[in-house]
Design a protein around this ligand. Structure first.
Ligand code: ZN
Length: 466
């Protein structure tokens, strides 16, 4: 799926890579967890052919849905309902009937989502408009068949199913959905969750989510900052690499071998960055959870980013906007929420208004520039994101920020989400440095992966793209 910024974003990864059915339908029912697992697949030439055709047919269907919807909308007609669309496309698409239905359902869900967003005042929300040559066909669980090490994706009566070799270790649970991507398969698996392990304490923590630091968490005594710089540079690198490829691509003829090779290269870059991002966000979330467990936090206040993405858009610089969008905070939050839920830690969203500006010491409002917070009234100095974290905690506990109650801990541990890998490191011989807190504190400790947050370890993944 192409996002409104024209980036390649997989539709499932972007929104629901991990989701929880939050409400328990029956009191005796256990909590269920639905996870999407992504595997790279290798297909033989014939299977690849079939997969390609199925993805093409799905793209065709999607394009026709977009056209129908656009046609009706421009004329102010009633939009066809899901039932009408299903009846219309029945037996007209060379795909399994349930695949066709699933795609129509997905299209209708997208439209409903956009409509709700627009009604809520987000004028930038756009109805599906792009014509798709390929689209990922969706296979519903009832139609999926597993035989030995193979998964069979049905293509409807009279057509051979696509045979995909499954990876050796597949998580236990019920396979409810499979989606066929470009050399990848997305398996949605539901499983029952054990009851969350609850910690007998009622300690609270504050979490500030940002770009430089994906998360700064504090309980008022200790603080942990999970760096986001590496991730940001990967994302920026992707934009650069894709732009370069696009430039080369423009000079090629459609259908030419060179064009095809460049298309594949584009996919490779996107998919690689997607994997790196997903991995980093999972690890970052794990570190936040580990901090909560280590210090017995059972209630975590987090600044609500819901308002940040749309309404404040015009107030931010273009660069900041790119950061905010590109890092996909929604996804990061989703990962956090489900991982915390496993340990019975409650995540409470509170408005983050003024939490970054208010002085935790005297309550004065300061404009913040740079990475250090400096109060003009009382000359208090602290790490900027640390101020955000303790203020969120303060606000969460007291309803408003009470000055002087909670100060930024002198000791801040800095960590990368994942220790740098060769692909991300500028030079392999670069020594790891140990950071110090800004408030004069000497710390960071000798934790593995500790580093100086101010050092720019930029560069982008070296992906040889022709
Ligand atoms: Zn102050």
């Amino acid at each position: 799926m192409i996002s409104h910024r024209g980036e390649f974003v997989h539709p499932l990864c972007n929104a629901l890579t991990v989701r929880l059915s939050g409400t328990m339908p029956k009191p005796w029912a256990r909590m269920q967890e639905t996870t999407v697992f992504i595997y790279r697949i290798v297909l033989s030439q014939t299977e690849w052919q079939k997969a390609s055709e199925a993805r093409h047919a799905a793209g065709d269907l999607w394009t026709r849905l977009v056209k129908i919807h656009r046609f009706c909308r421009r004329r102010h007609w009633h939009w066809p309902t899901e039932t009408q669309l299903k009846a219309h496309f029945k037996r007209r698409i060379p795909l399994h009937s349930q695949t066709v239905q699933a795609l129509i359902e997905k299209f209708c869900a997208t439209i409903d989502g956009v409509r709700t967003k627009r009604q809520n005042g987000d004028k930038h929300a756009r109805y599906p408009w792009r014509f798709r040559r390929y689209f990922n066909p969706i296979f519903k669980g009832q139609a999926l068949k597993i035989q030995g090490a193979h998964l069979f994706l049905p293509l409807g009566r009279g057509r051979d199913p696509i045979r995909v070799r499954l990876p050796e270790a597949i998580p236990t649970g019920r396979m409810v959905l499979a989606e066929l991507g470009y050399g990848e398969i997305y398996l949605t698996i539901t499983r029952e969750m054990p009851d969350p392990i609850t910690i007998p304490s009622d300690k609270a923590g504050g979490l500030d989510i940002g770009v430089i630091h994906l998360g700064m968490i504090s309980d008022g005594k200790e603080a942990l900052a999970v760096s986001g710089r590496g991730l940001r540079s990967v994302k920026q690198g992707r934009a650069k690499a894709l732009a370069e490829l696009q430039k080369k691509r423009r000079r090629t003829k459609p259908g030419s071998r060179r064009r095809k090779r460049l298309n594949r290269a584009q996919h490779r870059v996107s998919q690689k960055v997607e994997r790196v991002t997903r991995n980093a966000l999972h690890h970052a979330a794990n570190q936040i959870v580990a901090f909560c467990l280590a210090y017995g936090i059972t209630l975590l206040y987090v600044g609500d980013l819901g308002t940040l993405n749309h309404k404040k858009r015009h107030r931010r610089s273009r660069r900041t906007n790119q950061d905010v969008g590109a890092l996909e905070f929604g996804r990061w939050e989703t990962y956090l929420a489900y991982k915390l839920k496993r340990y019975g830690i409650r995540l409470v969203k509170i408005s983050e208004a003024y939490t970054s500006q208010t002085c935790p010491h005297c309550g004065h409002l300061n404009k913040v520039a740079g990475r250090t917070y400096r109060c003009r009234a009382c000359h208090y100095q602290a790490h900027r994101d640390g101020v955000g974290a303790v203020n969120i905690l303060n606000k969460g506990m007291h309803g408003a920020i009470r000055p002087g109650e909670l100060l930024v801990p002198p000791r801040i541990t800095y960590r990368r989400p994942v220790p740098l890998k060769r692909t991300l490191r500028r030079s392999p011989a670069e020594p790891r440095e140990i950071a110090g807190g800004i408030n004069g504190g000497k710390s960071g400790g000798s934790l593995p992966g500790s580093h100086d947050p101010r050092r720019n370890h930029g560069g982008f993944p070296r992906i040889s793209a022709l």
